[in-house]
Design a protein around this ligand. Structure first.
Ligand code: 3HC
Ligand code: NAI
Length: 693
């Protein structure tokens, strides 16, 4: 049963019972209507309380039902809310923990609302590319005022119930036991004769509603270029203000049905479920025991070690930070402090919190201080020899059961694990730079990594608010292995006729935060050079355009040397097309015997994105990633892939794998066609009309 029905002191209590978040799926909706009918026909019942069991009042409509017949099957949420409003006996919503989306809309239909403190109140539909579709755009402005409501609706950000205590949303705040107080409130309400108050009958008061709405529409439109939902939110609220509740409600419904079909909404929902799916590892059940992580140690206080440390400090966990030399330790600590000070300056952190976080660091130069750590993360130089020294030492000092993690970005985690006598405790934790900011964490599963170790680090990742995606061991793991093919195509296109600014412009127009050449200038062109040099040794047959090597031979390593694919003015970050580099590229084509041609933006985008898709497909075939949405999450959270396109694999599904295959085959015929080797799964899926997701 998705709903429980009981009576207490003449009050019917309808408790949503659809774990984990009391989503308002069909059976829950039907259960509420049944409960209302039972209460109506029971003469001993004078009032009704609706509440949620478990950890939520309600997380809203059941998103998994969207675009399925169940979503529109009666009773719809509209019908449920109508039944609540129609009830001759007063209905009280008893809100705790979470009242979001349809959950809040249901509560807004009740005659009265009582809330426990600490509940997250939100209309987060916009984050899923839709708008509140069960009256939220109409009732919330009537409950808390136009400006406050519009702000909640277009941002989707939760507000704590106590902050809304005097907003007009709640009739009472619970002081103790929510349910007891709700029942008492309901009994008292029933003492008075109906009809009972309805939010829909309230007026929206605003001195200049028209002006405010116009201003909001312009601001929202400018801030949400790629997303249709936010402007529709404003339009729906405006419809209610201008034409009244019923017409507003009808318009809201129309917008909802339109938005739920958009590719943007599809992509955002994919990302919502993809994030949650990433934390589930097929052969590591949720019942897997985890290890207790209270004390963390980080080795190396450089770029990555410092950022990694901050994640744990932010989560309140103490960190022992080890370096080889006092200067390096001081430098690392100073950088962490500077980063926090920048947050204090922006008003994002208080000075006290800064000190409290710094106080959680225990700086050290000796391994003996790592004895108590439950999790040790190594972030020293990227050389196998240095990693060997560190892991052998860790094997000597770390307590039994401590998790030993490496932040290596290119080295073999199995080799690192083999430096210890406890490979089951070793795992890769590949953070992205800047590690205190970037959401992505690739969890690299070695062939002997223990399941409990994996389960534990996934839990830790959640605690430090990272999106963790599991990757098997391979060169580059998921993200960098794919990006290598993307960069290869970018370089080949320079050789064939494009210039850096054109490539960057095309892919940035597609939606990437930064094109490959601007990104490379930012990260340092020498990094890719070092990888290519290694490749030339390891895989002499793999053809690479040498155009980037030419650039590096001139010392143009990017922003840090003041020149890369672009020119940079001292102290500025704007990338200025470089005549010198462009001439060098043209000369290189000639030398390579390639006749330059005009390459269109469409080809640029296809070659770059399909290179990601093709490698992503191989990564799935090899089991390096366990599901396509994991690959998408890596690209959405670590590589600036446009969120509204849902990641490379979903994008490929959207374009159609038949079309992807045809395009790749076409590019295979071109002069640099040997860079492509189509993934068998693309061919197979295309043949049967399948998709990755
Ligand atoms: N529908 C279906 N499943 C949902 C859901 C929903 N509305 N909300 C959460 N879930 C599922 C998650 O997918 C996850 O499933 P899993 O265990 O199988 O992975 C499970 O519930 C737990 O979710 P979280 O891991 O996110 O749990 P938290 O405790 O961290 O967070 C939450 C709970 C704050 C409710 C968070 O899940 C959330 O933000 N959910 C989305 C809320 C939302 O967007 N609601 C609006 C829905 S659209 C709507 O209501 C339309 C209406 O206007 C008509
Ligand atoms: P870095 O050079 O900024 O920092 C390395 C730090 O380790 C230095 O402070 C050095 O003094 C210290 N160190 C060296 N040997 C040590 C030892 N034996 N014991 C203790 N400390 C030692 O390097 P960075 O960029 O922080 O990289 C560290 C690791 O993170 C590397 O494995 C790298 O591949 C990986 N990584 C780097 C990313 C980046 O963007 N910089 C991204 C993801 C991973």
């Amino acid at each position: 049963m998705a709903v429980d029905y009981t009576t207490r002191d003449g009050v019917a209590v309808i408790t949503l019972n659809n774990p984990p978040v009391n989503g308002l799926g069909h059976s829950t909706r039907a259960g509420i209507v049944d409960g209302l009918a039972r209460a109506a026909s029971d003469a001993a019942v004078t009032a009704i309380v609706i509440t949620g069991g478990g950890k939520a009042f309600s997380g809203g409509a059941d998103i998994t039902e969207f675009n399925t017949p169940k979503a529109t099957q009666e009773p719809t949420l509209h019908t449920v809310i109508k039944e609540v409003e129609k009830s001759a006996k007063p209905v009280v919503a008893a809100i705790h923990s979470v009242a979001m989306g349809g959950g809040l809309e249901l509560a807004l239909g009740a005659h009265y609302r009582i809330a426990a403190p600490g509940a997250q109140i939100a209309l987060p539909e916009v984050k899923l590319g839709i708008l509140p579709g069960a009256g939220g755009t109409q009732r919330l402005p009537r409950a808390i005022g136009l400006e406050a409501a519009l702000n909640m609706i277009v941002t989707g950000v939760p507000v704590l119930s106590e902050k809304l205590a005097n907003s007009g949303l709640f009739d009472a705040m619970a002081q103790g036991d929510l349910l007891e107080e709700a029942i008492a409130f309901a009994r008292k309400a029933a003492d008075k004769p109906g009809p009972y108050p309805l939010v829909r009958n309230r007026k929206i008061e605003h001195p200049n509603a028209e002006g405010f709405l116009q201003f909001s529409r312009n601001t929202v439109a400018a801030m949400s270029k790629h997303y249709p939902a936010p402007v529709k939110c404003v339009d729906a609220v405006a419809a209610g203000v201008q034409q009244g509740f019923d017409k507003g409600l009808a318009y809201e419904r129309e917008c909802f049905l339109e938005l739920v079909q958009t590719p943007e909404s599809h992509a955002l929902r994919h990302a919502f479920f993809g994030e949650r799916a990433a934390s589930k590892i097929p052969d590591v059940p949720s019942s897997t025991p985890t290890r207790d992580i209270q004390k963390v140690a980080v080795i190396g206080a450089g770029t990555m070690g410092g950022g990694i440390t901050m994640n744990f400090l932010n989560a309140g966990l103490p960190v022992t930070l080890l370096e080889t030399k006092p200067e390096a330790l001081d430098r690392g600590l100073a950088t962490i402090r500077k980063n926090y000070e920048a947050q204090v300056k922006k008003g994002k952190l208080s000075a006290e919190k800064l000190e409290a976080r710094m106080a959680l660091i225990r700086p050290t130069l000796t391994y003996d201080d790592l004895k108590e750590a439950d999790l040790i993360i190594e972030a020293v130089f990227e050389e196998l020899g240095v990693k060997e020294q560190v892991f052998k030492r860790l094997d000597e000092v770390a307590k039994p059961g401590a998790i030993l993690a490496s932040n290596t970005s290119t080295l073999d985690v199995d080799k690192i694990a083999a430096f210890t006598k406890r490979p089951q405790d070793v795992v890769g934790l590949h953070f992205f730079s800047p590690a205190n900011v970037m959401k992505l964490l690739e969890v690299v599963r070695g062939k002997e990594t223990g399941k409990d170790v994996l389960a534990t680090v996934m839990q830790v990742a959640k605690k430090i608010r990272k999106t963790a995606v599991v990757s098997g061991v391979c060169d580059g793991f998921i993200g960098n292995r794919m990006v290598e093919q993307y960069i290869r195509q970018a370089l080949n296109m320079l050789e064939e006729g494009a210039l850096p600014a054109q490539v960057d412009r095309a892919i940035e127009k597609f939606g990437f935060a930064m094109g490959p050449f601007r990104m490379s200038d930012l990260a340092g062109n020498d990094i890719g050079w070092a990888i290519r040099k290694r490749r030339y040794q390891e895989q002499p047959d793999m053809k690479y355009s040498k155009v980037a090597d030419r650039l590096c031979e001139t010392g143009r390593f990017g922003q840090k040397t003041g020149a890369g694919w672009y020119d940079y003015k001292a102290g500025e970050r704007s990338a200025l097309p470089s005549k010198l580099v462009d001439e060098m590229i043209v000369a290189y084509s000639k030398e390579a015997g390639v006749e330059r041609r005009k390459i269109g933006d469409e080809e640029i985008v296809e070659r770059l994105v399909f290179a990601l898709v093709n490698e992503g497909a191989k990564i799935l075939e090899e089991g390096i990633a366990s599901k396509a949405s994991d690959v998408d999450m890596v690209y959405l959270t670590g590589y600036g892939f446009p969120l509204w396109r849902g990641g490379p694999m979903l994008y490929a599904d959207t374009v159609g794998l038949y079309n992807v295959e045809r395009a790749i085959r076409r590019y295979t015929q071109q002069p640099n066609g040997d860079a492509w080797e189509i993934a068998p799964s693309i061919v197979e899926l295309a043949a049967k009309g399948g998709t990755f997701n």
